[in-house]
Ligand binder design. Structure first.
Ligand code: ADP
Ligand code: ZN
Length: 753
């Protein structure tokens, strides 16, 4: 038998192999096969049967490790769509749809972990009987009573290795019929050991009830945008949809959240209703644990997959609904090939499998909004907060206004430094909350201590040797760090250029604000949440649980703290510097800024005490700031859409960002020029209506990790044309094998940096 195999290689073709007699594993479409490829072994997926052709030389497969296909037809079809739409080889699309444990040649498939246990099968209630039975075996009695104390069952490994009981003592108990040895599956998912909370028992509001009813009537493949202001109770709508689909109709569901570590509360709410029907696919899982969850979903033991981006490939069958919470989040887009957007994949999957999709957000992506306006998606609206709560009052603090005296020297004293970070208005609000024992959230979207270090003499700024990015000053541990490539170096004592000694720190980071707050409010309990404080597996959840338990007065952090948190005792949100990122050379900079400000503002006033938001900014008239202040999504969209007409950007049209990179500046620039010329020539020879080529130009961040970067934009009015031109380029344009030259194509990019 001849088969076609997709391999995870950067080659746009499949490969034909022979299945020799005697292979016992499954070799139908969707099964894995190990095949010889250029003197090594690769693991691929069977995608179909091949026809013998004259003079064809085919090799035998090495083995077929599966009893049954690891991908069923719908997931294989979805991978085909990804390969086609995002212009990647099928093998690469397939690989990202499978758990890592199934995609390596040498990674053994971890068996579900079971442990050997000793269980008491004869209870000995009276002490007298024990005295008799164990008269000559006190060790057996000790072990018996220990197992009893452990609840009647214990892992044998634990008894032998930690408690140092010998195997013979246990054997004695077994021989006497008191204890039996068995196996049980170990539940390895730490997320599931969190305490279950009681399910929310709210009567749906009229708007919620309307949304729930509309979703109940939806046809298979229907897509709805649930546009609900922060705190409007979107989760209740998701829960009701899933209750019907999973419990009443016996189907399965997928819930996508931007980042699971940041949304423990959301996960808890789903678990409260659906208990152990849920598989939580969080990033702290090991490959083995992830595989366990994958198996449980595939076997139907778990019926709801909750996870970040890649959970869209959960191997559930009979899919009834997909929820994409915070659908505007950039983390739904994968940063490497295949550069898919989980929201788009969700819609394609739902259409193919007859499921309903709900995209939820307070600040929908402009593309999503455009689709809801055109009628492609149904628009469901939750216009007010649930349970009678009000949206918080948002005020702007204009940092350009003169604020007392400028610091007299290069080294400002503590009071002056504090005043640089916290305006008098925010200071008063913070102190008020501390007095009232209410909680505050402070957003500063920049980690580290200072944004950069600059010489007071010559103006030189320390930059990364590998990237065109200034180094961020970190205080603990003290060093300069590149946030693009993680390069770190000691802090300079003198300027490397002019040997000057007046090195100044510029731009506040979270470490610095944390220190200023701690000095000013020594008795306040402050928690900082950013990449540097959350490297531990459970760090996010621990911090958030502390906030929830009222053990934190001020939660300070980067954009991490803006997502999905529902803490009723948070009555103040302060934005230290709203302007970070607002002027990035990216067509989505304003949109991201508006979303972040709206999201973080939405953390305030979720309880009966109400709430207030203070936004410190130097650009109070920027529409991202202005519209966040008035909670006016529609006004933001109107102005932002106008700005995306000339020059046009999505959602006015579709784009693909073609990035050319290499280790030599000259060669990279030449390649980019050649690619643009090649595209122009292609369009001249085969006209593609509505397609334009922009560039080449250096990327806004010109160098990353020692690679120079240029880009060319392909803009198209219609997706088909974009796909056609992009595919031509990727498949036919030749990139010389020198200077580490490379070309990547990012279709529907979320950022152009
Ligand atoms: P969103 O996700 O839209 O920001 P949530 O789903 O987190 O909002 O809901 C905000 C809060 O409102 C939660 O504490 C939730 O329990 C509560 N809530 C939701 N629906 C209702 C309702 N119908 N009546 C009262 N409270 C509700
Ligand atoms: Zn760097």
């Amino acid at each position: 038998m001849l088969i076609d195999v997709a391999l995870p290689l950067p080659l746009f073709r499949t490969f034909t192999y022979q299945v020799p007699d005697g292979v016992t594993g499954s070799v139908t479409p969707g099964s894995r096969v190990v095949v010889p490829f250029r003197n090594r072994k690769e693991i691929g997926i069977v995608v179909g049967l091949a026809e013998p052709r004259e003079g064809m030389k085919v090799k035998d497969i090495v083995s077929a490790p599966d009893d049954a296909p690891v991908m069923d037809e719908p997931l294989l079809a979805l991978s085909r769509w990804i390969a086609d739409y995002y212009i990647v080889p099928l093998g690469i699309a397939v690989r990202s749809a499978l758990p890592a444990a199934l995609t390596g040649v040498n990674v053994p498939v971890p068996a579900r972990k079971t442990r050997r246990t000793a269980r008491i099968i004869m209870e000995l209630p009276t002490l007298m009987r024990r005295d008799r039975i164990f008269a000559r075996s006190p060790q057996q009695r000790a072990l018996y009573e220990l197992i009893e104390a452990l609840g009647g069952v214990s892992s044998i490994e634990h008894l032998e290795e930690q408690l140092r009981f010998s195997a013979s003592v246990l054997k004695g108990l077994v021989a006497r019929g008191l204890v039996e040895i068995g196996f049980e599956t170990v539940e390895r998912d730490p997320f599931l050991t969190r305490a279950l909370r009681a399910p929310d028992a709210h009567e749906p509001s009229t708007a919620q009830a309307h949304a729930i009813a509309r979703l109940a009537m939806a046809e298979p493949g229907h897509v709805a945008l649930l546009h609900g202001v922060t705190g409007s109770g979107k989760t209740l709508v998701y829960l009701e949809l899933l209750r019907r689909v999973v419990i009443d109709e016996g189907k399965t569901a997928i819930v996508l959240v931007p980042e699971i570590a940041l949304t423990p509360q959301t996960v808890d709410r789903f678990r409260a209703v659906f208990g152990d029907r849920i598989a939580v696919l969080h990033s702290a899982l090991s490959d083995g644990e992830r595989y366990d969850a994958w198996l449980a979903l595939r076997r139907g033991e778990k019926r709801i997959a909750v996870g970040a981006r890649s959970a869209i490939f959960a191997p559930v069958r009979n899919l009834g609904a997909i929820v994409v919470d915070e659908e505007h989040e950039g983390s739904y887009k994968q940063g490497e090939a295949p550069r898919y957007h989980a929201r788009e994949v969700a819609i394609v999957r739902a259409r193919a499998e007859g499921a309903v999709v709900v995209l939820g957000s307070a600040t929908p992506a402009l593309e999503t909004w455009a689709n809801a306006q055109s009628g492609k998606y149904e628009l469901l609206t939750l216009p007010v907060r649930a349970g009678g709560a009000q949206l918080p009052l948002v005020q702007v603090v204009d940092l350009r206004a003169p604020r007392g005296k400028a610091p007299p020297s290069d080294v400002p004293d503590a009071a002056a430094a504090f005043a640089m970070a916290v305006s008098p208005g925010l200071e008063a609000a913070l102190e008020d909350r501390l007095r009232k024992r209410e909680q505050s959230i402070l957003l500063l979207n920049r980690r580290g201590y200072a944004a950069f270090v600059q010489c007071g003499g010559c103006g030189d700024v320390a930059v990364c040797p590998n990237c065109s990015i200034s180094l961020t000053y970190h205080r603990t541990p003290e060093r300069l760090v590149c946030h693009y490539c993680q390069h770190a170096e000691p802090l300079h004592l003198t300027c490397p250029r002019c040997s000057g000694t007046r090195l100044r720190q510029r731009g506040l980071g979270t470490q610095q604000v944390e220190r200023l707050l701690a000095e000013r409010y020594p008795s306040a309990r402050i928690a900082r949440m950013d990449v540097d404080t959350t490297s531990g597996k459970w760090a996010h959840t621990e911090i958030l649980d502390r906030v929830g338990a009222g053990e934190v007065d001020i939660l300070l952090g980067t954009q991490m703290i803006a997502k999905g948190l529902d803490f009723p005792n948070v009555t103040l949100v302060g934005v230290i510097d709203a302007d970070i990122g607002i002027n990035l050379p990216d067509f989505r900079a304003s949109e991201r800024c508006f979303q972040l400000l709206s999201q973080v503002a939405g953390r305030a006033g979720r309880g009966p005490k109400g709430g207030e938001v203070l936004i410190q900014t130097r650009s109070p008239s920027h529409h991202a700031v202005r519209c966040a202040v008035t909670h006016d999504y529609h006004a933001f969209v109107a102005q932002e859409l106008a700005g995306r007409k000339y020059p046009p950007y999505p959602p006015m049209l579709r784009i693909a960002n073609v990035v050319l990179s290499g280790t030599e500046e000259e060669a990279t620039a030449r390649l980019a020029t050649r690619a643009a010329a090649w595209l122009h020539k292609l369009l001249a020879a085969r006209p593609a209506p509505g397609v334009t080529i922009i560039g080449p130009a250096p990327c806004p961040v010109e160098r990353v990790k020692n690679r120079w970067r240029w880009h060319v934009l392909i803009k198209a009015e219609r997706p088909q044309e974009l796909g056609r031109v992009g595919r031509y380029l990727v498949e036919r344009f030749e990139v010389p094998k020198q200077h580490g030259l490379r070309m990547t194509l990012d279709r529907d990019p979320v950022a152009l940096l």
